[in-house]
Design a binder for this molecule. Structure first.
Ligand code: UDP
Length: 329
């Protein structure tokens, strides 16, 4: 039996593929390569195509014996989602609908879903737990919440069990040094700070220093991408064991401000990183910090690589060795 990984050539997807390969799973990857990189795949059989193409998905489900799906394929940029919500509804929500319908048609009853802290919006409580209110402040988070709700109804109607993993801020790179973060364009804090350290950017823009936080900049909970990948394997195991559907937060439980991230990056890299304060970015909540107690106790998840020096150190090794990401010529 194979695990189907949608979006497996993307940043988090490729780290999950690597972890699946390490434990000897059969892996099928579906990716339209809009944002993914073929070079990021350390294993699996790749089908290049789009979830919204029913004939394409028929081929994938007919040619492989799939018993579980890990669903990463989506657009995932907060800023872009505020400008082009239609793109997010079409790719994320409609794409997931197409996938769930095919899973139902082919009798595949397990899905692990790549969700996000952005489903909560501005939190009522810190740290956030899974019972807290979900009220997204951006279109990206709204589409991910809609996808979760769709899964709930496919479970009720068709018995497809899902585990939704709400990630906080993924960063870092694989221990092997072979895969890491390469988004085009890059919008995430850690890689942008490291590009500034490498001299590829003149400075880092800090989006707002007038938030109600200790130093005025946004606070986030950073989690190593390989710790996230591990949680997906544990979730597949749990569903294979017959568990019911569930939602889990995945974070480290500790918040760092944008200014603190830059300061730690200066220490780790030994480079001078220039920071410039700019206006707030639309859609950003002030503080997002997870309680991941539920994932620890129910999934047996134990993130071991997620202190911030370690996360930034692994990302720095990747960026130094691959200053142009997967363009290696
Ligand atoms: N951020 C920033 N400058 C940048 C990119 C991000 O100040 O060039 C801030 C952003 O406003 C947010 C935090 O860094 O408060 C993390 O942003 P990122 O896009 O990495 O992740 P998100 O929290 O949106 O998932």
């Amino acid at each position: 039996m194979a695990v189907l990984v949608t979006g497996g050539a993307g940043y988090i997807g490729s780290h999950a593929v690597a972890a699946l390969k390490e434990r000897g799973e059969d892996i099928v990857v579906v990716d339209n390569l809009q944002q993914g990189h073929k070079e990021a795949l350390l294993g699996g059989k790749l089908y290049v195509g789009d979830l919204r193409d029913a004939d394409f998905l028929d081929t994938v489900f007919k040619e492989n014996e799939i018993d579980a799906v890990i669903h990463f394929a989506a657009n995932s940029l907060v800023g872009e989602s505020m400008k082009q919500p239609g793109k997010y509804y079409h790719n994320n929500v409609y794409g997931t609908l197409c996938l769930l319908e095919k899973m139902n048609e082919y009798g595949v009853g397990r899905i692990v879903f790549s969700s996000t802290a952005a489903t909560y919006g501005e939190p009522e409580n810190v740290p956030i737990d899974e019972y807290d209110r979900t009220l997204p402040t951006n279109a990206y988070g709204e589409t991910k919440l809609a996808m979760e709700k769709m899964m709930k109804w496919f479970d009720i109607a068709h018995g497809i069990k899902y585990i939704s993993l709400r990630y906080f801020n993924a960063a870092g790179a694989h221990d092997s040094g072979l895969i890491g973060e390469d988004h085009r364009p890059e919008t995430h804090l850690v890689p942008i700070v490291l590009e500034a350290a490498l001299g590829k950017r003149p400075h880092i823009s800090v989006f707002g220093d007038d938030y109600a936080t200790e130093d005025g900049t946004c606070v986030r909970d950073y989690i190593h991408v390989s710790d996230l990948a591990d949680a997906h394997l544990l979730a597949v195991d749990r569903l294979r064991g017959g568990a019911d559907s569930a939602v889990y937060n995945l974070g480290n439980g500790q918040g760092f401000s944008v200014k603190q991230v830059i300061e730690i990056a200066r220490e780790v890299t030994g480079r001078d990183i220039r920071a410039i304060i700019e206006p707030r970015r639309a859609g950003d909540p002030a503080v997002l910090v997870a309680s991941s107690e539920r994932a620890r106790s129910e999934l047996g998840w134990n993130p071991s690589r997620s202190n911030l020096e370690n996360i930034i150190g692994s990302a720095w090794s990747w960026h130094q060795a691959n200053p142009n990401g997967y363009d290696r010529e």
